[in-house]
Design a protein around this ligand. Sequence first.
Ligand SMILES: Nc1ncnc2c1ncn2[C@@H]1O[C@H](COP(=O)(O)OP(=O)(O)OP(=O)(O)O)[C@@H](O)[C@H]1O
Ligand SMILES: [Mg+2]
Length: 254
Amino acid sequence: MIEVKGLSKFYGQTKAVDDVDLSIRKGELFGLLGPNGSGKTTMIKMLTGQIKPTSGTLKVHGINVLEDPLRVRELVGVIPEQETPPSFLTAEEYLHFVAKIRKMEHYEEVCNKWFEFFDFTDQKNSLCKDLSRGTRQKLMFAQAFLHEPELAIIDEPLINLDPVMQKKVKDFLRSYVNKGGTIFISTHILEIAKEICTSIGIIYRGKLVYTGRLDDPKLQGRNFEGFFLDLVSSRKGVSDDILEKPLKVISAPA
Ligand SMILES: Nc1ncnc2c1ncn2[C@@H]1O[C@H](COP(=O)(O)OP(=O)(O)OP(=O)(O)O)[C@@H](O)[C@H]1O
Ligand SMILES: [Mg+2]
């Protein structure tokens, strides 16, 4: 589903993604993990044809993204980072709009199912600008899966969702791959990856420092957080001064 070779994206001196090779098969729920600024969103933008790489090759769905980014976007469900639906449309108008772009027929019922799934049928006629952040994220989620894509690429899927909705989304993602779909998510929340992913990649300063299945014997019996921190820690030997220092109580001026 995804085949990446020697992929790099440099912004001036910043190596946002640096010589990454990655291959993801159908039926995987792949989690790209990494600390803030490590290159996750840059990877996703390249995979979805939003930005051009500095070098390297990438195929999504067997299509060369550089040659035919529109075809890739047609096939793949995408939730870009921090994206919100257009403020001037109602929630329902937005889903119908996406359904038309996706060339779907009889989409009203499908859209209604998504409103029910996310429990906001009562707000489907509200303008997107008046929805809460979490509800807008639910709408973004619904638009990505509306046409049941074989591959969905999601930047931080659970951001802004409450625990009940997080559980729903996690269950949905798991069942989607069990039914043959493929999902690529980025996250810096290790617990999510541990709970739902079948395979992971860890990116640090643009370099893919680990890829493997979650049932990899290397990970068994190990503390996942410790494993991650060992790979991405740049601060070995530096004491966590700020954590250890007692607080100085500064009295307010009289
Ligand atoms: N348009 C840009 N121009 C210059 N530098 C950029 C640009 N986009 C990203 N970068 C830099 O590339 C690096 C990787 O950024 P990216 O957004 O891919 O990280 P991330 O892993 O998604 O982080 P986060 O977890 O905070 O979302 C960072 O150093 C960032 O500042
Ligand atoms: Mg990001």
